[in-house]
Design a protein around this ligand. Structure first.
Ligand code: ASP
Length: 336
């Protein structure tokens, strides 16, 4: 484990590192509207966010840029692609991205496929908006800034609640707790304590070119007593790929297994699990609709990748029109 401490005492460091902040919106940017009872909405841009955390200027020279101001449910793959393009053109010591927590795990995962650094890129946000008691945004900004200025972590990481998470594993696990982000398979890859960034070593993740377009990929879960009618719409709706989140280690009903076989004859179909942690199996269960049957029908296992991350990966690979999409998909799955 490596420890890195920045000299944070104002005036001691002659040349401060350069930290660039992109803001996309989210709770960290939200304020109450004038009409009482209407809730908080995206309001503050990157400069406001930086101004509200003056301690950032003690550790770095800050440049800030608002790329969008939205609830994160509205973010698009193309916006994350543009962010990665911009990041690759910067010359600075660290990059921070502030956005909503609802889709942060997906955005950070996509960024990790498109951006290999250096400098490090760190996603952060807040579970509580700035005006709420115990607002966590400011502490998250400082922890993320320290991580972004540390060179030996993952090229892209997610920092919340003083923990550093790898985008392949992290997931939002609570709707309101400030400790909402967890990496159930492997735990955080580091933490921030008293201004120290403590990191476990990580392998560099595979990266891809930025595609002109992402392919439309559907994500459907297995649910009990399902007639499977939604599966019948996949091909006619024009999807280029499908990810199915099976029960347990990758299982569906016999009826849906037949539907998946028909779909997999036409477009790529990935088998993930609706369970929060663990791998999709490949050679244990032999009944109809279990993983051996589904893989024989042409489905490709997602390994330990969640369905929503598998969907992003497939959408990227199909967008790049990679002739051997299976090999490309499996290359990333093996890394997880
Ligand atoms: N609740 C969200 C957040 O934590 C809202 C969003 O994702 O934009 O930021």
């Amino acid at each position: 484990m490596a420890q890195h401490k920045l000299c944070v005492k104002h005036g001691v460091m002659n040349q401060k590192p350069q930290l660039h902040i992109f803001s996309l919106g989210g709770t960290i940017s939200m304020a109450p509207t004038l009409d009482a009872g209407s809730g908080v909405r995206p309001t503050f841009g990157a400069h406001d966010i930086v101004a509200a955390a003056p301690e950032l200027a003690e550790i770095a020279d800050i440049s800030a840029e608002s790329l969008s101001l939205k609830g994160s449910a509205n973010l698009l793959f193309s916006e994350i692609a543009e962010l990665c393009r911009r990041a690759a053109s910067l010359s600075c010591s660290g990059i921070m991205v502030t956005q909503g927590t609802d889709t942060m795990e997906e955005c950070a995962f996509l960024a990790s496929l498109l951006y290999g650094g250096p400098p490090p890129m760190v996603f952060t946000g807040a579970m509580r908006s700035p005006a709420q008691p115990g607002a966590d945004g400011r502490a998250n900004l400082m922890a993320a800034a320290l991580t972004a200025l540390t060179s030996n972590g993952p090229a892209v990481s997610l920092v919340m609640n003083d923990e550093i998470h790898h985008p392949f594993y992290v997931t939002k696990s609570h709707t309101s707790n400030v400790a909402a982000f967890q990496s159930p398979i492997r735990g955080p890859v580091g933490q921030i304590t008293e201004g120290n960034v403590i990191l476990h070593p990580v392998q560099p993740a595979p990266t891809f070119d930025i595609p002109d377009e992402f392919a439309p990929v559907a994500l459907l879960p297995a649910v009990l007593n399902d007639d499977g009618n939604l599966f019948d719409t996949i091909l006619s709706a024009g999807y280029a790929g499908l990810v199915v989140e099976g029960f347990g280690a990758g299982h569906v009903s016999e009826q849906i297994a037949e539907k998946l076989a028909a779909i997999a004859a036409k477009i790529p179909v990935i088998l993930a699990s609706r369970v929060r942690a663990g791998s999709v199996f490949e050679r244990t269960y032999g009944y109809r609709g279990a993983e051996i049957d589904l893989l024989n029908k042409g489905l490709v296992p997602a390994g330990r990748l969640s369905g929503r991350k598998a969907r992003i990966l497939l959408s990227l690979i199909l967008g790049l029109e990679k002739p051997d999409w299976r090999q490309e998909f499996t290359r990333v799955v093996k890394h997880v």
